[in-house]
Design a protein around this ligand. Structure first.
Ligand code: ZN
Length: 308
């Protein structure tokens, strides 16, 4: 059952049944960042025609390859299943046979919806982490949520204020509620997706603090992907975190996991965002370069130039 569970929770994996057959799909083949992509799409099924959908797959793969310094798999098979309505509806990812992603996309999807889509970047991000088991789905989903925003900002596909406002709005849903028993034992939607993303934000900031901003979570996860080969492998979470820590010369990931795995930890998120120079401003945010950790905020969102 390798990795089938990954997307079986909540928003990244709900497979709608209506109209869900990929009839007469004609494959498109292309290469992105050295990865051979096969995209199965019924060319007549979408009002936009197939080209914007092919462009969306390429763009998403480039965004993920930019963040990881490589696309996580050498080959990738994407199946686009048409649905009634518009928008990108859901996705599901498997690690076997090089990587397989099935997407449910509305027949009336617009180019703007494809330009602004998060689902495919989220699904592709799952390919970069080894299978870590259902108790640790918070790590795979949390990384996918966190990396999606950062990677898209780094690629110019999303704005910083948009990502920080979403975090301020949604990350508190990842905080423990009464009765919480830690990330490994509390498999609610909020703790899995946003609790996991909170772990990633805390880790990113702390790695950068302890390394005088020489390294961040991005360097740690790049090393994890290179060493493991991504979702096709099955690794204990301890090995994943140790590999990431070793790459950046800290023990941040292992320490944070020790604190949060079995206990309800409630960090002061608003205080952290203020230190990073993120101030709520109506429905958006104001970014301040005078805040004590503003340099860390800028580094998180800046695409690495030549780092490994
Ligand atoms: Zn997911």
């Amino acid at each position: 059952m390798k990795s089938a569970f990954l997307a079986s929770i909540a928003f990244c994996a709900v497979l709608a049944l209506a109209g869900g057959t990929a009839r007469a799909a004609s494959p498109r083949q292309f290469t992105v960042a050295g990865t051979n992509v096969r995209l199965d799409i019924d060319a007549a099924a979408f009002h936009t025609g197939p080209d914007p959908i092919v462009a969306w797959a390429k763009r998403s793969a480039e965004i993920v390859a930019g963040y990881y310094g490589m696309f996580p798999t050498r080959d990738l098979h994407i199946q686009v299943v048409p649905q009634a309505g518009d928008g990108v509806r859901s996705g599901k990812t498997w690690g076997h046979n090089g990587g397989f992603i099935r997407l449910q996309v509305g027949r009336d999807v617009t180019d703007t919806q494809l330009q602004n889509d998060w689902v495919l970047v989220h699904e592709m991000t799952h390919l970069a982490l080894p299978e870590v088991g259902e108790d640790h789905a918070w790590l795979s989903e949390g990384l996918a949520v966190y990396v999606e925003g950062v990677a898209r900002v780094q690629a110019g596909n999303r704005t910083q204020p948009d990502v920080w406002s979403e975090e301020i709005r949604s990350m508190p849903r990842g905080l423990p509620e009464p009765g919480d028993r830690g990330l490994d034992h509390t498999h609610t939607w909020g703790r899995t997706y946003w609790g996991g993303a909170m772990f990633c934000l805390l880790a990113d900031v702390d790695i950068r603090r302890r390394t005088q901003n020489r390294f961040g979570l991005q360097d740690a996860v790049r090393a994890i992907t290179r060493a493991s080969g991504g979702l096709a492998s099955e690794w204990p979470i301890e090995r994943v975190l140790k590999t990431g820590d070793a790459a950046v010369g800290t023990t941040v990931l292992e320490e944070l996991y020790d604190q949060m795995r079995d206990a309800a930890v409630t960090p002061d998120l608003m205080a952290l965002w203020r230190k990073l120079g993120v101030e709520p401003d109506g429905s958006s945010v104001r970014l301040s370069d005078d805040a004590p950790l503003a340099g860390i905020r800028q580094s998180i969102m800046r695409a690495p130039v030549s780092k490994s």
